[in-house]
Design a binder for this molecule. Structure first.
Ligand SMILES: *[C@@H]1O[C@H](CO)[C@@H](O)[C@H](O)[C@H]1NC(C)=O
Ligand SMILES: *[C@@H]1O[C@H](CO)[C@@H](O)[C@H](O)[C@H]1NC(C)=O
Length: 371
């Protein structure tokens, strides 16, 4: 497989890091640039051409690096999967954060998620993790659906065979999806600083989460459903399951710093790549944990400089003590209440055949919006 060279590449990056301990956190403008292709899909079916390995002249594709464009050429059909995976990830992000001050806003601009991306806070971590997971997920599924020419179902997946059943079903190709996401998504990140390590860690956390949730599914064959032989395969989790887990990790994310390069263990390469918890009494982050290195802004008010929209106009829940409650969501600024008369069809009766009659019911709907 073309794309498996990556692990080697990552190790090389670590060695490189050993010789360039720059503690800078300057934003890298290429970070996450590929997200710009989200706008390409929403506009039209331009992607059909990618089947023939031909890239249409959509300006969004200029956001990709040469390496990323090469990957797309070498894997016909994959651009569509990447874009679909990105869209699912955006949807999942918005769902997971719908009740919070930061609700995963996106724009039509190429930076898509805005300035939050050049920071290193928890929200940044979630965006990196869910988007790399989304790409892996969509590519792995597209392989098993035959939509990417360079991969297929995973039929080699070594499962513990039994006397009455065997592997042979068409597994979602998580291996290919994971390797592809590493090559494609991670290649947007450059540098050697804390931000670089953090972004790559969170990308990998997203992918590992997808991988860890693969489920075995089986189908029975045999006389009148007797299940004398079963065929089994591995199926991807839904992206909601992945989103739920990553959201938990968001809440328990670890704040990290560079591993201490002066440590005695520095001769060990793995340690050089290590992100250390800022608080030395905390456990080091595992590969599935989200990591960040900067406190989040409070997201209360609009700031062009910080890149926050603020919560003015957001709908809040006046009886909730939680984050979606008006007190917290509106940051203590208060809220206004709107009463609306809504007319809906109700008490519908089905008349044989075929017509439905309804009454009109009017109700009052109350909603609250942050000032
Ligand atoms: C508002 O919050 C209350 C208390 O948490 C909850 O029971 C209710 O379902 C919420 N309403 C909406 C519309 O979400
Ligand atoms: C309900 O409202 C619609 C649209 O205003 C109207 O056309 C219809 O006749 C109404 N139906 C009844 C049962 O009042």
């Amino acid at each position: 497989m073309r794309i498996v060279s990556l692990l080697v590449g990552m190790r090389a990056a670590c060695v490189l890091l050993a010789s360039s301990w720059l503690a800078g956190t300057g934003a890298d403008s290429s970070s996450g640039r590929w997200w710009g292709i989200a706008n390409l899909v929403s506009s039209a079916n331009h992607l059909i051409d990618s089947k023939r390995g031909q890239l249409v002249l959509d300006p969004s594709l200029a956001l990709l690096s040469r390496r990323q464009r090469r990957l797309i050429r070498q894997n016909p059909g994959v651009l569509h999967a990447i874009a679909a995976g990105l869209h699912s990830a955006i949807k999942e992000c918005k769902w997971q954060f719908r009740n919070r001050r930061w609700n995963c806003p996106t724009t039509q601009s190429p930076t898509l998620f805005g300035k939050i991306i050049s920071r290193g806070c928890r929200e940044t971590a979630f965006v990196f993790a869910i988007t790399s997971a989304g790409v892996m997920h969509a590519v792995a599924r597209s392989c098993s659906e035959g939509a990417v020419e360079s991969c297929t179902c995973d039929r080699r997946r070594p499962g513990p065979g039994g006397s009455d059943w065997h592997w042979g079903g068409c597994s979602d190709n998580a291996e290919f999806g994971q390797a592809f996401s590493r090559e494609f998504v991670d290649s947007s990140e450059r540098g050697s600083d804390l931000r670089y390590l953090t972004n790559l860690h969170n990308n990998e956390a997203g992918r590992t989460t997808v991988y860890s949730q693969m489920q075995q599914e089986c189908k029975c064959h045999g006389m009148s459903g007797s299940c004398t032989v079963r065929t089994c395969w591995m199926r991807l989790p839904s992206l909601r399951v992945v989103g739920d887990l990553l959201k938990d990790r968001f809440d328990g994310a670890s704040r990290v710093i560079y591993a201490n390069k002066g440590s005695n263990r520095a001769s060990n390469r793995a340690d050089l790549c290590h992100l250390q918890p800022e608080n030395p009494t905390h456990k080091p982050p595992s590969v599935r944990d989200l990591v960040y290195f900067e406190k989040s802004p409070n997201f209360c008010s609009y700031s062009r400089k910080i890149g926050t929209r603020g919560t003015t106009g957001r709908t809040c829940n006046s009886s909730s003590p939680a984050l979606d409650g008006c007190e917290l969501l509106c940051c203590g600024r208060g809220y206004r209440t709107r009463t609306e008369e809504v007319t809906e069809r109700c008490h519908c009766i089905f008349h044989w055949c075929c017509h439905v009659s309804c009454l009109n019911c009017t109700s009052t709907r109350i909603s609250h919006q942050c000032l």
